[in-house]
Design a protein around this ligand. Structure first.
Ligand code: FA5
Ligand code: MG
Length: 355
């Protein structure tokens, strides 16, 4: 005999089927996992819709309860499964979207790497160092903050000597100053040799003067000092050395001239000029209309300098020179203003990459 159910059973069955449809529809249209979680709680949670239905079973008979119970379980499983399936789908879609967004186009050209290079001045200094070391000179250095003694007195420039005015000085104290020239390195090195030649050095470094900045003058610039002391060194050795240097730096065709000059630490003294590259000797702002630019001072080391450093000036002679690498770089590369070396305009600096 078929069992006759209470009307309540039909109501609960209908409600369960409604729940199923609603749930599946919401799962279907969910766009993220958060929504799925809300759907799960709303339908399957402890206080959810299915639990609601099961609460209504109290009115049912012993035979009727399993009917609703089974259906409720079945629908719970179906909803759970639909939730799982949808969750997997959403994850898949999210992954695909991420892959698409983060895709690397390997055919795009790369960003060029900005390679730096040595400053033009550094290159010129290195070139001069290389030339002189190839001729047997070694490189010596000294402090930029120097004593009055080494910068002046040991170079035959006693206090109150009028020739001190040739180099307007930044004094720190009465006895300490910013060196105005690299010549103090001569005096320091000679002293270290304790009267024993030969001494054959170049000394590159920064120097400071209260000069007014213009196209060829800077208040801070570099110098390279050269010193060769030995028995039998003569003026002709100096001339020969300067000639090799000038031809190496500027080529055979550039004109050179030596002018008699004065330095307290050399006797005789000369200055060397190079024909101006900017105007080819016609006269311009760089050479101040003369067609020539002074690049170095030089001469035979004064006997007083040798004696003060402990050398016997009857046994030893020497020559010395001091050059300005900025001026040399200007003449070699046609740079029309010394300030370009220090203002660091990248457009200027870049022109000399690879020279
Ligand atoms: C001297 O400084 C001497 N000590 C050079 C020397 C050394 C002579 C050894 C004899 C023996 P002078 O002041 O002329 O000399 O400077 C030498 C060079 O430095 C100049 O020829 C020039 O090339 C450079 N120079 C001088 N003043 C400046 C400046 N304000 N800015 C840029 N370069 C300068
Ligand atoms: Mg000079």
């Amino acid at each position: 005999m078929d069992y006759i159910y209470h009307e309540e059973v039909y109501k609960l069955k209908e409600r369960l089927n409604e729940i199923k449809e609603e749930a599946l529809e919401q799962i279907q249209s969910a766009v993220d996992e958060k929504t799925l979680q809300d759907v799960r709680v709303y339908f399957l949670g402890k206080k959810g819709q299915i639990t609601e239905v099961l609460k209504g079973m109290g009115k049912l008979s012993k035979e009727e309860r399993p009917v609703i119970g089974q259906l409720a379980n079945q629908i719970r499983d179906e909803i759970s499964e639909a939730l799982e399936t949808k969750k997997t789908k959403l994850e898949q879609a999210a992954l695909e979207q991420q892959l698409e967004e983060e895709a690397v186009d390997v055919t795009l050209p790369g960003r060029p790497v900005q390679a730096g290079g040595p400053h033009l001045l550094r290159k010129v200094i290195r070139e001069i160092e290389d030339l002189f070391t190839s001729m047997g000179y070694s490189v010596a250095e000294g402090p930029e903050v120097e004593t009055d003694f080494y910068n002046f007195e040991s170079l035959n420039l006693p206090k109150n000597h009028p020739a001190r005015d040739m180099q307007d000085t930044f004094f720190i104290t009465k006895e300490l100053l910013m060196r105005t020239q690299t010549s103090p390195v001569q005096a320091r090195t000679l002293r270290k040799h304790e009267g024993q030649g030969p001494v054959k050095i170049i000394c590159p470094g920064k120097v400071y003067r209260r000069d007014t900045d213009d196209a060829t003058h800077s208040h801070q610039f570099t110098q390279i000092e050269g010193l060769y002391v030995d028995e039998n060194i003569r003026m002709s050795d100096l001339k020969g050395t300067l000639n090799v240097f000038a031809k190496h730096m500027f080529g055979e065709d550039r004109a050179i001239r030596l002018r008699p000059s004065f330095f307290p630490f050399t006797e005789p003294s000369v200055e060397m000029d190079i024909s101006c590259k900017i105007c080819q000797g016609e006269g311009c702002s760089v050479c101040k209309g003369s067609g020539w630019i002074e690049i170095l001072g030089a001469g035979m080391v004064h006997p007083n300098v040798l004696e003060m450093a402990g050398f016997d000036s009857n046994q030893y002679k020497g020559f010395a020179f001091g050059m300005g690498p900025e001026r040399i770089a200007m003449l070699k590369y046609g740079v029309e203003d010394i300030r370009h070396f220090y203002t660091n305009d990248i457009r200027f600096l870049k022109q000399f990459h690879g020279v």
